[in-house]
Ligand binder design. Structure first.
Ligand code: PXG
Length: 289
């Protein structure tokens, strides 16, 4: 596998980051996870814009322009001959001294990995996924805004460990006010009486690119408008259907939360329409905007 790092494509075992890199020492940096479908880079423009927004929020200035990073991504994908796969774009604060001071790191480290992706088993999309509600709350926006896709994922990882300990793959997280926010690596949608809801960005979530694609594009084209609304766990338990979205998971139904069954315990009809429409859209001609 070839990796693009600091301006060069190199074999994987030559792609190295220093132990003095603040991305490693402090989790100081940001990243994106992007899908390749049938030779097209799904929502590359949106991912690049979110990457630049994250970088700006942490006052990290990329040494490469957005166009240069886009070129680097396309080069990495073709060097690895990928038509379907997964891209990881990372900016770190770069090499510095011991000590938090970010501006003593002169040059951010930039790298691009393009690889295949292991999907959830297909049967999970048919039968629905089980998740839990994490004890751990989502970090409040006032502390570290979840809209920043930073290299600090321990809040999510600790909730993910709760899920793994419970024998499932995802955990739903509440914010500090008790509103439903999102899962550890996925956004959440509720279906009730034919209407579809998802928490707004100010619930303290990552505004997922997949989430936004459903709101702007799939929902309207299916005649299923999606409303952003704060809701409590009770509304999740009383939902007719529940589903998650994310770059890795795509669109997937949830049929159980802990020991509670959602709806009739099967993947509901509205979720199925989103799952199949998503698949159809990305496999035909995935939008790159
Ligand atoms: N919330 C959080 C906290 C995420 O990390 C999403 C929502 C969904 O956003 P997108 O833009 O992907 O629709 C994410 C995304 C991984 C991995 O390697 C994680 C994500 C995306 C891709 C890969 O586990 N999280």
């Amino acid at each position: 596998m070839k990796i693009w790092i600091d301006g060069q494509l190199v074999p994987q075992d030559e792609a190295k980051v220093s132990v003095m890199d603040h991305g490693l020492l402090y989790g100081d940096g940001c990243f994106e996870g992007i899908r390749i479908y049938n030779g097209r880079i799904f929502k590359l423009g949106s991912h690049l814009r979110r990457m630049w927004d994250s970088a700006e929020e942490i006052r990290l200035q990329s040494p490469y322009s957005m166009e240069e990073v886009e070129r680097a991504i396309r080069e990495t994908v073709s060097a690895n001959q990928l038509t379907d796969g997964y891209i990881r774009l990372v900016f770190t604060r770069g090499v510095g001294t011991l000590g938090l001071h970010p501006f003593l790191c002169p040059v951010p480290t930039v790298f691009v990995i393009a690889d295949t992706i292991k999907l959830y088993p297909q049967e999970l999309y048919e039968s629905g996924m089980q998740i839990i509600v994490a004890e751990r709350r989502r970090v409040p926006r006032e502390c570290l805004d979840p809209q920043i896709k930073s290299l600090n994922y321990l809040n999510n990882i600790l909730a993910k460990i709760e899920a793994i300990d419970a024998g499932v793959l995802e955990a739903l997280m509440l914010n500090m006010e008790g509103w439903v926010s999102e899962c550890t690596g996925d956004n959440v949608f509720v279906v009730k009486d034919g209407a579809v809801f998802t928490p707004p960005p100010d619930a303290g979530i990552l505004n997922g690119i997949t989430r936004q694609f459903l709101i702007d594009d799939l929902g309207p084209s299916l005649g299923l408008p999606i409303q952003e609304k704060l809701f409590r766990l009770e509304e999740v338990y009383q939902a007719d259907e529940l589903f998650l979205t994310g770059t890795a998971a795509e669109v997937i139904g949830v049929t159980r939360i802990g020991d509670r069954v959602i709806g009739d315990g099967t993947v509901g009809p509205i979720t199925r329409r989103f799952v199949s429409e998503f698949r159809a859209r990305v496999s035909a001609d995935a939008p790159e905007d």
